[in-house]
Design a protein around this ligand. Structure first.
Ligand code: ADP
Length: 447
């Protein structure tokens, strides 16, 4: 087992990883920018190293500084959290070259899944169902038209290097295709420095369902069931559930089994999430994330298994603590992402939190790095906390969520809490009857 882990992240996820390390008796080092000297992860860690000024590229994305911090403190492993360097294959390779363990998959697996065209090809080869579309990158309009006619309109053009919901364009007819292709290419080039795009069938009313998988790196793969992340705004998840209200046990075990086998065949190591769109009873692979997800706590709530413990065990060579048959799904869990944003316009609302009071009681978990008097710096993601609620079934979970949202107090800044208070009372949400476009339509109506 590791002696000392360096956490290369900030906010709630830095704290989340820190808690797992403390439970396992592992020393912790955190790195931080000058804007985060007062952050909770800095206060609670055994050691901290300031690695640079506020902009992420000069601190949280600064590989040299982070490697230096490992050497200075003698950390033998790095947990990257999510975002920042968590899906940076070069970072994983550099750490390996310095004999520091990257708590995550190999650089090669990150590379494959980071290139969406390659990821889709790999998924197909491993027997995972994919969205019908082009076999590789498309650059000519003629070829785009041929593929689109074959799969049928509407189609979506996506950046191979894409992420965070950027670089996607929908074409409803052949007339839209040329503009969509050119805009997607130039946006992809500008945002990711790679203008490769591909085409796939645009699904009109899908749900976003993702399967949590783990590989032990030695040919064993397991799944931890699925999460439903269909409630999205601008392709960003807002509310997540486990299990999905749309799946039954048979479908869960079928898609879970396919994913676990694929992970085993790949020889994958650590946590991963295989994302699908789900429509009319069919699953269509869209991408795989090779890291811990923001929404992992809903899976922890229904399985009772600490996924960060598992990541650390696997990375240290200790293997998984569970076999597939040990993983049972208990009840229902929902996560609300609480952002420092206006609940209607979603403009960021940094500033000082004058009062912060979190709900408690049975089935309630709050993961957050903020506190009363904390000043939210304007440089980073606006996520300030996550409320995760567990109940014996979805009805009990929703009742408890409503109560927990009433208890939650964040003063001094605007947050997305009022949006969740509205959603929890909505009949479609109560019935679990929503697709990936539901939230945008709801917000457009201004109800
Ligand atoms: P990113 O890596 O940028 O998040 P994804 O491929 O995961 O990109 O897609 C993000 C979101 O975009 C999905 O959750 C879904 O809402 C939408 N999307 C992606 N592909 C399709 C598709 N073929 N049809 C309809 N919507 C799609």
């Amino acid at each position: 087992m590791f002696q000392k882990i360096l956490i290369a992240n900030r906010g709630e996820i830095a704290l989340r990883v820190l808690r797992a390390c403390k439970e396992l008796g592992i020393q912790t080092v955190v790195v931080h920018s000058t804007a985060d000297s007062d952050a909770m992860h800095v206060r609670l860690a055994d050691e901290s190293v300031c690695i640079g000024p506020p902009p992420s590229r000069e601190s949280y994305l600064n590989i040299h500084q982070i490697v230096a911090a490992c050497e200075i403190t003698g950390a033998d492993a790095v947990h990257p959290g999510y975002g920042f360097l968590s899906e940076n294959a070069k970072f994983a390779d550099i750490l390996a070259a310095h004999n520091i363990t990257f708590i995550g998959p190999s650089g090669d697996h990150i590379r494959i899944m980071g290139d969406k065209i390659e990821a889709k090809r790999t998924a197909k080869r491993l027997g995972i169902p994919v969205v019908p579309g082009s076999d590789g990158a498309i650059s000519e309009e003629k070829e785009a038209k041929r593929v689109a006619a074959e799969i049928g309109y509407p189609v979506i053009i996506k950046a191979s290097a894409g992420g965070g919901g950027r670089g996607m364009k929908v074409a409803h007819t052949e007339a839209d295709l040329e503009v969509a292709l050119q805009t997607a290419k130039s946006e992809a080039g500008a945002a990711f420095g790679d203008d490769a795009v591909y085409i796939e069938k645009y699904l009109e009313k899908p749900r976003h369902i993702e399967v949590q998988v783990f590989g032990d790196g030695a040919g064993r793969g397991v799944h931890f069931g699925e999460r439903d992340c269909s409630l999205q705004r601008r392709h960003q998840k807002v509310w997540e559930e486990a299990n999905s209200p749309a799946l039954n046990a048979e479908e869960r075990s079928r898609i879970g089994g396919i994913c676990a086998r694929a992970i085993a065949d790949l020889g994958y190591s650590g946590a991963g999430t295989i994302e699908f769109l789900y429509e009319n009873g069919e699953f269509y692979f869209i991408e795989m994330n090779t890291r811990l997800q923001v929404e992992h706590p809903v899976t922890e709530a229904i399985t009772g298994i600490d996924l960060v413990h598992e990541q650390i065990r696997v990375a240290s060579g200790g293997g998984l603590s569970v076999r597939q048959e040990d993983i049972k799904f208990n009840g229902h869990a929902i996560e609300c992402r609480i952002n420092a944003e206006d609940p209607r316009t979603f403009t960021p609302s940094p500033g000082t939190i004058t009062h912060f009071h979190t709900p408690g009681g049975l089935g309630i978990r709050v993961d957050s790095g903020v506190y009363s008097g904390y000043k939210i710096p304007p440089y980073y993601d606006s996520l300030i906390g996550k409320l995760i609620v567990h109940g014996r079934n979805r009805v009990e979970c929703m009742m408890r969520l409503r109560r927990a949202l009433d208890e939650f107090v964040v003063d001094g800044i605007k947050t997305t809490l009022p949006l969740f208070r509205d959603l929890v009372g909505n009949p479609d949400i109560a019935n679990g009857d929503y697709d990936i476009h539901w939230l945008e339509k709801y917000l457009a109506k201004g109800e």
